[in-house]
Ligand binder design. Sequence first.
Ligand SMILES: [Zn+2]
Ligand SMILES: [Zn+2]
Ligand SMILES: [Zn+2]
Length: 305
Amino acid sequence: MSNRVKLRVPFAFDNEKQLYDPQAAEKGKHYFCPACQDTVILRKGEIKTAHFAHKTSETCNQETILHKTAKQLIVQVISDWKLGKTDPPILRRSCEICRKSVDQPLPDKVEYAVLEHRVTNGFVIDVALMVENEPAAAIEIRVTHAVDENKAKSLSIPFIEVEGQTVIKNPTVLEPIRDHFLSFTCGPCKKAKARFHVKVNNVAKQTDVELPNHYYRYGFCECWKCKREIIVFAWPKASEWDNSAPKVKPIPRTIQYRYSKTVSGKYWANTCPRCNSIQGDWFLFSDPDGPFFGIRCEKKFARCI
Ligand SMILES: [Zn+2]
Ligand SMILES: [Zn+2]
Ligand SMILES: [Zn+2]
């Protein structure tokens, strides 16, 4: 590479290690590259937008600059917030039920952020969010490579991955490209879920069906025969054609190994607790009006709703 090639430095340190936006930087003051500490030049002309730059060097490159800058910016934004200078940074989450994106401020319990925190297994977290002096969550920055799978698997705390360039554009809104924080449910879905639970408990009582607390997922449908509302179950299957019994006992009494004329064979089917008729899988899973429409049982359920 020619020596004339300049590395662009989106934010630079001042003497106090505060990151400076080139727009806010003053001519004549000294600024440094957050990655290699090399002196940077402020370019503030009338034609080009203001930016910092430094000469190509063997110890620095564009990728490292972006990575380091993004990390430092997040730490700085959190520290400004904790000092009462700014509002809390926003975390953009997606509801696990309706997928709508919802902005949440970082929770108050986050006390501070640590740059490049080494965890016990040797991995280094880009930014650790500290609660009671322990890393409670991690923010990983992606510039060119996703988080190493081994690292992702061994991280014992929830983490999100954010894109370096996006952070540099706006460090106050963290938009995960990968979200392994605790699952998030939006307000309306939380309410709908609560209503669902009240209703499901009532119908369970009326029909004398015991509700399992894991493995099975449940929903409502109108029995095709007696036209009354009943609870039906879904459970994980190896494939669409998996005909083995549900693996978790006790199996709800309405799931029975029954002969179906429609499929001319026996299978583990939902039945009506009121009139005992089989509720066909096709209706339950493949009919747009069915309670489990679009749910693929081959995938493991995270939990029942
Ligand atoms: Zn540098
Ligand atoms: Zn939702
Ligand atoms: Zn019925």
